[in-house]
Write a protein that binds this ligand. Structure first.
Ligand SMILES: *Cc1c(COP(=O)(O)O)cnc(C)c1O
Length: 463
C-alpha cells in the first residue's frame, strides 16, 4: 500500500485516501494515516451483515453507553493477571457465587467456577473435570480407565463434538428423530455404561430452543444407579437457557436443584447480555473441579492459580457482565426476558397463522422460533425463504437438522432483547411476503450437501 503518488501532502483529501490498493498477499509495507486506515477498515466491513439484523445469532448486539464506557476502561487489562487486578478477580469470584445461587447451588459449600471466553471454553473445562473425576474413581476402584465416553443428544452444539475429539472421549450421541429434537431418557439404556463420564443435557438448544428432558434424564440416571451401582453425573449446557430459565421459570428445576447436576455452563454474551467474549462455568462445589486441573504459576510478581484453557484475555467482557448484573438485577433480567419472549411468541403466532409454517419447538422456553415449512408447500423450501428475506437485510438461517432428522429443514429466528414488537412484526410480514412471492414464482435453492461424518452418526454398535 502506498500514499497517493503525485499529490502534494497539503492537497491530500479524503478522496485520495480512498485511492489505495490493499495488498492481498503481502504484508503492507508503508503505513498510512489513521483516518485512511480507519476508512479502509470501515469500507471493508460495509458488505458484511448488520449484526442487529442477524436473526440467526444468539450473541448480544446491544449495550448501553455506560456499558461501552466500562468496556473501554477495561480493555487494556489482562484478565489473567489477578495479581495486578485483584478487584477484577474479586468481581469474577463474586459473580461465580451469584450464579451458583441463581442456579440454586447447595448452601454451605464452596462454589467454584470461572469466567471463560465463551460457553465453548466453559464446556471444555466441565468436560475435563468429569473426565478427571471418572478416571480417578475408576483407578481408585482398580478398574480400567482407558475408554471414557460421554452421552449427549444429536442436538448438541458443535463444541461438544470438539471436546470429545480433542480430549479423546468416545462420543455416544443419541440420534434425533423427525418431530422430536430433544434428548429424553428413552434410549439412554443403549448408550450409558460404566465408562460414561457424564450425560450432557441442554437448556435452550441451538436448533429449536427447547430444553432436553432434564428431569426425566436425571430420574432415569437415579434408577440406573439403583440397578447397577454406577453413578453418572450430569452437565447442563445452559449456554442460552442459563440466563433465561432462572428469570422466567423460577419453579422449573433444570439446575443444581437436581442432585446429579454437577456443572453448568452459560454464555454471558448470549442472554447474559454482554458483547461477545464471555462464558461461564460453575460447579456444584469446588471439589468437582479436580485439583489436578489447576496450575499455580509464578507470573508477573505473584503466585497465581490458573485453570482456564486460555491464559491472556481481554478483561472488558468480565467488567461489562458485572455492570449488567448490577444494572439489571434479577428484576431487570426478568423484565427483559419477559418482553423478549412475548415478542418471540408474537412472531411464532404470526408465522404459524400464515399457514406456511409448522412450529418445531413444542415447548417455548428461550425466545427462539424454529419453524419448518408445512408439507403442503412444494414450490420452495426453507433455504429459498432465507435467501429471499435477505433482500430486506434480514439474516435468517435455514439448515437441515442433525441425524436422524436430517430430512427436516428448519428456519430459525433468535429473538433478542433489542427486537421490539414492531420489528418482530415487520420481520413476520417480510417472511410471509417472501413465501407469497416464492409460491408464485417458485424457489431455486437446494439445501447444502449433507456431510455425514461417521462420528456424527454415532450408534451404540459403533461406540
Ligand atoms: C452457543 C452455544 C454453545 C457455544 O457457546 P459459545 O459461547 O459460542 O462458545 C454451546 N452450547 C450451546 C447450547 C450453545 O447455544
Amino acid at each position: 500500500m502506498s500514499e497517493p503518488k503525485d499529490v502534494p501532502i497539503e492537497k491530500i483529501t479524503p478522496y485520495d485516501e480512498f485511492n489505495f490498493d490493499i495488498p492481498e498477499d503481502e504484508f503492507p509495507q508503508q503505513g498510512i494515516s489513521a483516518r485512511a486506515a480507519a476508512a479502509l477498515v470501515v469500507s471493508d466491513e460495509w458488505t458484511d451483515t448488520n449484526p442487529m439484523l442477524n436473526m440467526s445469532s444468539f450473541v448480544t448486539t446491544f449495550s448501553e453507553p455506560e456499558a461501552v464506557e466500562v468496556a473501554k476502561r477495561n480493555m487494556y487489562k489482562n484478565y489473567i493477571d489477578h495479581d495486578m487486578y485483584p478487584q477484577l478477580f474479586a468481581m469474577e469470584r463474586r459473580m461465580v457465587r451469584w450464579l451458583h445461587q441463581l442456579w440454586n447451588g447447595p448452601k454451605g459449600v464452596e462454589p467454584y467456577g470461572a469466567a471463560t471466553i465463551g460457553s465453548s471454553e466453559a464446556c471444555m473445562l466441565a468436560g475435563l473435570a468429569h473426565k478427571w473425576n471418572w478416571r480417578k474413581a475408576r483407578e481408585n476402584a482398580g478398574k480400567d480407565a482407558s475408554r471414557p465416553n460421554m452421552v449427549t443428544g444429536g442436538n448438541v452444539q458443535i463444541v461438544w463434538k470438539k471436546f470429545l475429539r480433542y480430549f479423546d472421549v468416545e462420543p455416544r450421541i443419541v440420534p434425533l428423530k423427525p418431530g422430536n429434537y430433544r434428548l429424553t431418557a428413552e434410549q439412554l439404556d443403549s448408550y450409558v455404561d460404566e465408562n460414561t463420564i457424564a450425560v450432557v443435557a441442554i437448556a435452550g438448544q441451538t436448533f429449536t430452543g427447547e430444553d432436553d428432558d432434564i428431569q426425566e434424564i436425571h430420574d432415569w440416571l437415579d434408577d440406573y444407579e439403583k440397578k447397577t451401582g454406577i453413578s453418572i453425573p450430569m452437565h447442563i449446557d445452559g449456554a442460552s437457557g442459563g440466563f433465561v430459565n432462572p428469570f422466567l421459570y423460577p419453579d422449573y428445576a433444570w439446575d443444581f436443584r437436581l442432585p446429579r447436576v454437577q456443572s453448568i455452563n452459560a454464555s454471558g454474551h448470549k442472554f447474559g447480555l454482554t458483547p461477545p467474549g464471555l462464558g461461564w462455568v460453575v460447579f456444584r462445589e469446588r471439589k468437582i473441579f479436580n485439583e489436578d486441573l489447576i496450575f499455580y504459576v509464578n507470573y508477573l510478581g505473584g503466585e497465581m492459580p490458573t485453570a482456564t484453557l486460555n491464559f491472556s484475555r481481554n478483561a472488558a467482557p468480565v467488567a461489562v457482565q458485572y455492570y449488567q448484573f448490577l444494572r439489571l438485577g434479577f428484576d431487570g433480567y426478568k423484565r427483559v426476558m419477559t418482553h423478549t419472549l412475548k415478542n418471540a411468541v408474537a412472531l411464532r403466532t404470526a408465522l404459524v397463522d400464515s399457514g406456511y409454517f409448522t412450529i418445531m419447538n413444542e415447548t417455548q422456553r428461550i425466545p427462539v422460533v424454529a419453524v419448518t415449512l408445512d408439507p403442503k408447500v412444494t414450490r420452495f423450501n426453507e433455504f429459498d425463504v432465507s435467501n429471499k428475506v435477505r433482500e430486506k437485510g434480514w439474516v435468517l438461517s435455514a439448515y437441515t437438522m442433525p441425524s436422524d432428522a436430517q430430512d427436516v429443514r428448519s428456519l430459525r429466528v433468535v429473538v433478542r432483547p433489542h427486537i421490539n414488537h414492531n420489528v418482530a412484526m415487520t420481520l413476520a410480514r417480510d417472511i410471509v411476503d417472501a413465501c407469497k412471492y416464492l409460491e408464485q414464482h417458485g424457489g431455486t435453492a437446494t439445501p447444502p450437501e449433507l456431510h455425514k461424518h461417521a462420528e456424527e452418526k454415532s450408534s451404540p454398535a459403533k461406540c
